[in-house]
Structure formats: structure tokens, C-alpha cells
Design a protein. Sequence first.
Length: 233
Amino acid sequence: MSLRIVPALAGMVVVLAGLVAVACTPDQNSRDVAGIEQTPNPRYFAERPSDAPMNPSVHCLDADFANMSVDESVIYWQNIFDDQRNHYPEQSFPSREDLENQKRAEWSHVVNDSVPTGGDAAFARDVCGLPQLDGALYNGIALRELRGHAAELGRRACTSIAEQGTAGLWQSVQALEFDRSDIAAHEYLIHSAIVHVCPQLSDFATGSAGIERCADLIADPSARPEEGVFCVN
């Protein structure tokens, strides 16, 4: 089943990692390693791209509200799935109860209490014109008019940064089979998330100068092997 309303970043399922750890992946390809060697201290999403497509005339509902709550997040996803159930009645979907339990469990892993006051609204105002927020539900409601649509994008970008670091997320974005304008739109969204939603992760915009020497560091025993190696001094 294809959900036409799910934005690209929403598919990045992430878990909040310790902010004192340095993400280090031992199986970097030659291009990644070469890039690190040429730029010892690379920066990712530290600058706002100037070529991102933007429609300045649109407005997002989230731009007028306080920060998201877990209840509002649950309601947002219930609206999304209710719309899908109505359009695809023959398909199988999680029950409303299962969906609520899942989203409340996910909330415990996302950036929530650390979002500055007004951070979700500032993010929504900044990114509202990007193409990632285009579209409508099958019932005709524009996605920008759904409480939580813009805010969820910012928070998911932040949790992706917390797990992958900006270097890992940058590589994921560059791997998308889109043209430059689409990639620039994703870069703009992630940069805005760092500025407005999770400024506590701004240090992640600078790559670690010691990342290529990860083998000389002590592996963090709490790291899960499938997520790469987290190293600590």
C-alpha cells in the first residue's frame, strides 16, 4: 500500500542517541572516507541552501500554535490513518488503539521537552513553502492545514540527527534520487530544524575531526551493532 501523504523524512525511523557520543560507521565507502580526509572538520546543514524551491504565499496551521504535545501528535496520525482507511477500506491498517500506543511510545524517543518555546511554530513558518508540505488528504484537506504536519517533520529531522549525526543524514539526503532542487529543499528543512527545533544538536553540524581515528577510541558498550559504532574518549 502506498501512502501518498507520507513525506520523505517521515520514513526515517530513528532512536535518540546520547549527545555526548560520536557517531562513527566502520563501513564507510571510499567516497565518504576521501571526503573526510580532504575536509578534516566538515560541516553539514550549517548553511541554509539558497536554491531551495519555496512558495512564500502559503501558510501552515502549525505556525500559529504552541509546541506540539503528545496528544496532538497522536491526533495527527489518527487523522492520517483514518483518511487512508476511508479511501482504502479493503486494506489492513493498525487499529486506532494500536496506532495510539505506537505513537505514544515513539514520543518518548523524539525531541520533545527540549524544543524551545515557540520552536515548532518558528519552524513551520520557515519551511511552510517547501514542496515536502504540498498535497492533501483524500478527503480534500490540505496537509498544511493539519495540526502537526509541519511540526512532525521538524521533530523527525531532529531525531534523525540525534541518531545518525548530520554526516549520516547528509549522506542519506544525497543518496535520494531527486534533482538538485529537491535535495536543496530537504537540506533547507533539516537546517531549519536544527535552528528552531533542536538547537541543542547544533554541534552536530560540525563533523568530528577525529572520526577517522575511531578505531583508536573505546567503543561505547551501549551502542547497537546494526546502528554502527559509537565511540567515546
